[in-house]
Ligand binder design. Structure first.
Ligand SMILES: [Zn+2]
Ligand SMILES: [Zn+2]
Length: 133
């Protein structure tokens, strides 16, 4: 993991980064705010939000966006895929082996120069499937 330079790194940014790194979930800005407040009472939502943007810009955290859903923040920076629950919004990391042919086909159809490809599985999480148990 990338280390944090000492200059320009406020307590607030530090706290926000800590929240992301310590969570194995993909937190939305609101969740980050709730947790950051426990570390730094008095931190404002605006500060948390600005810190998230800063950390993202510095490449210290990842960002996951699906359509109109709230942006989620990710401690993982490497390429990976996600599964998202259509009912409760649970979001988990997963690793899929992307066949080379898929990237090639996507590149050909879009006429883009490919850099990365990510897949999202949408469906129902185990908890939402087995709602009786
Ligand atoms: Zn669910
Ligand atoms: Zn992730």
């Amino acid at each position: 993991m990338k280390e944090i330079g000492s200059s320009g790194f406020t307590k607030q940014r530090q706290a926000v980064l800590q929240v992301i790194r310590e969570s194995d979930e993909h937190l939305a800005a609101n969740d980050v705010f709730e947790k950051a407040r426990k570390l730094l009472p008095g931190i404002s939502f605006a500060t948390v939000y600005n810190s998230l943007r800063y950390l993202k810009g510095e490449g210290l955290i990842g960002e996951v966006r699906f359509g109109n859903d709230a942006t989620r923040y990710d401690r993982r920076l490497d390429r990976h895929d996600h599964a998202i629950c259509n009912r409760c919004g649970m979001l988990v990391d997963l690793e899929l082996r992307i066949p080379n042919g898929l990237v090639k086909e996507a590149a050909e159809r879009s006429r883009f120069q490919p850099q990365s490809i990510e897949l999202t599985l949408r469906g129902l999480c185990p908890e939402c499937c087995g709602s009786d148990s």
